[in-house]
Design a protein around this ligand. Structure first.
Ligand SMILES: [Zn+2]
Length: 254
C-alpha cells in the first residue's frame, strides 16, 4: 500500500505516513469485517459441518474479496480456521454478573466523555447510568471479557458502535475535511472527537504494549480538542482530545 501511494508521486509532506497508516489500517479493518461476516454466513449455512465451512469460506474469500492463498503469507488453512473460530465466539452480550464486576472495578465516569455516573444531565434527568462497552468492538472480534469492557454512558456507547476503530471507512470525510480554521475546533463533530480518542488509545497501547482498556484509562476521557502542533493546520492528524499531561510515558499520538 505504502509503495502504491509513493508510486503515484503524491506530495503529502509530513502527512505521508499518517495517511499511509490510515489507508493500511482502513483496508485491514474492512477486510477483517468482511471476512468475519462471510464466516458468520458460512457457519449458518453449514452449522454442523466444520470441513464444509472451511472449504466454503476458503472459496468465498477468494471469490468475493479476492483474498487468495497466494496473497496471504502465512498458512492460509490455519488462517481460515482462525477466522471461523473468531466468528463462532463473536456476538456475546456480557452477563449481568460480568457487567456488575466491570462497573465495580472501573472509575465512576464514562471512559469516553468523562461524565460522572449518577450525576444529572440533559440526556439523563434521572442520573447518568453506566452501560458496559466493548473497548475493541465485537464486530471486529473483540472479546466479552473484563479486560475488554469499560463503563460508558448510553450516548457514547451507541455512538461508538459506528466508530469501532478510528480508520473505519465512514470517517474518511472527516479525515479529508477542509476544515475552516475559525470554526475548526468548535465545529468538530462528536464522532470525529470519538475517533480521535480511539486513535490516541490505539496508538498509546501499541507504543507501550498495554491493553486497549488500560490505554483508555491512562489517557483519560475526552477533553475539548486542541492542536498538537500550533504551527500546523487543523487536519485530523494534528488534533488531540485528551490531556497529554496525564501520562508519564512518552509517546506520540499517531
Ligand atoms: Zn459518555
Amino acid at each position: 500500500m505504502a509503495d502504491t501511494l509513493q508510486g503515484t508521486g503524491l506530495r503529502l509532506g509530513r502527512r505521508f505516513s499518517d495517511l499511509t497508516n490510515f489507508f493500511v489500517g482502513a483496508s485491514v479493518l474492512h477486510l477483517q469485517q468482511r471476512l468475519l461476516r462471510l464466516a458468520h454466513d458460512v457457519r449458518e449455512q453449514y452449522p454442523l459441518d466444520r470441513s464444509q465451512q472451511v472449504m466454503t469460506l476458503r472459496a468465498r474469500a477468494c471469490d468475493t474479496i479476492q483474498l487468495t492463498p497466494l496473497e496471504y503469507r502465512g498458512d492460509f488453512g490455519i488462517f481460515i480456521e482462525e477466522v471461523l473460530t473468531s466468528a463462532e465466539q463473536m456476538p456475546k452480550e456480557p452477563s449481568r454478573g460480568l457487567k456488575r464486576t466491570v462497573i465495580r472495578n472501573s472509575p465512576n465516569y464514562c471512559y469516553s466523555c468523562g461524565r460522572e455516573f449518577g450525576a444529572f444531565f440533559e440526556d439523563a434527568p434521572e442520573g447518568l447510568k453506566p452501560t458496559v462497552d466493548h473497548v475493541w468492538p465485537r464486530a471486529l472480534g473483540g472479546d466479552t471479557i473484563e479486560a475488554n469492557l469499560l463503563p460508558a454512558c448510553g450516548a457514547c456507547n451507541s455512538a461508538k458502535g459506528h466508530i469501532a476503530a478510528w480508520q473505519m471507512a465512514w470517517i474518511q470525510p472527516i479525515v479529508f475535511a477542509d476544515i475552516d480554521e475559525t470554526h475548526a475546533l468548535s465545529s468538530l463533530s462528536k464522532e470525529a472527537k470519538m475517533a480521535l480518542h480511539v486513535r490516541a488509545a490505539m496508538s498509546y497501547s501499541q507504543q507501550n504494549g498495554s491493553s486497549l482498556k488500560d490505554a483508555f484509562l491512562a489517557i483519560g476521557p475526552r477533553e475539548p480538542p486542541v492542536r498538537i502542533d500550533s504551527e500546523q493546520g487543523y487536519d485530523f492528524f494534528n488534533l488531540r482530545v485528551h490531556d497529554d499531561s496525564r501520562t508519564s510515558v512518552i509517546w506520540t499520538p499517531n
